[in-house]
Ligand binder design. Structure first.
Ligand SMILES: [Zn+2]
Length: 216
């Protein structure tokens, strides 16, 4: 009896696995390098419909298959509508967000709880960005990838360091060395006091700015 059902699980799993592959191919996605929240929701919805019929003998395979095809058809319809209607698209997928503009952090997200500066430090470091003065423009895409436009080597300016060995608060007033606000990346050629107030974001912590060129 038990062996019979194990054999049934084997064949149910094979069928459902092939159906999942087919349905994912039909969805038209090329891969899952990065998923938007909308797509994660779809995949969660598919998970149980695909998994349950594999080992529950009271769930007919046909039911699971019907759910999967319904979800993929809904996905296609909603994607098609949202391609015509920007508002719906942004609601489902989120929109891209300016993170860095001309070597400084964009301040629009300052009070945004979802915005974690530390995360973007890490992302920028991953792209071998040593300091913000190398970055002309950085966008956070809805799929959580960063798109970065760099300054040409001759245009790199002083900027806030992103690696911890250099991102350190100054202990004394530096001579002839530009400083960067540790919060927004604003650079001052000369600091009037160690805890001078940043004219841009009103924070009072400064670090030595760097202007090394990009190593590619
Ligand atoms: Zn600042």
């Amino acid at each position: 009896m038990e062996t019979d059902f194990i054999l049934e699980i084997l064949y149910r799993t094979c069928i459902m696995f092939l159906v999942i592959l087919l349905v994912l191919r039909l969805s038209g996605r090329r891969g899952v390098r990065q998923l938007t929240l909308f797509e994660v929701a779809i995949i969660l919805g598919m998970g149980s419909a695909a998994g349950d019929p594999m080992f529950q003998d009271d769930v007919p395979i046909l039911h699971g298959v019907t759910v999967l095809f319904t979800i993929v058809i809904l996905y296609k319809i909603i994607t098609w509508i949202s391609s015509k209607w920007t508002f719906l698209h942004e609601m489902l997928e989120g929109k891209s967000m300016v993170i860095v503009c001309e070597g400084q952090f964009d301040m629009k997200h300052e009070k945004d709880g979802d915005f974690s500066q530390m995360e973007f430090f890490a992302e920028l470091r991953n792209q071998s960005v040593e300091h913000l003065g190398q970055v002309r423009y950085a966008l956070l895409e809805p799929d959580a990838t960063l798109s970065i436009l760099y300054y040409a080597d001759e245009d790199v300016k002083y900027g806030m360091p992103l690696f911890p060995n250099r991102y350190q608060e100054i202990k004394s007033l530096p001579q002839d060395q530009p400083c960067a606000c540790m919060y927004c990346g604003h650079v001052l050629q000369e600091l009037s006091a160690i805890h001078a107030t940043c004219p841009r974001c009103k924070h009072q912590k400064w670090t030595l700015a760097m202007c090394t060129k990009r190593i590619s």
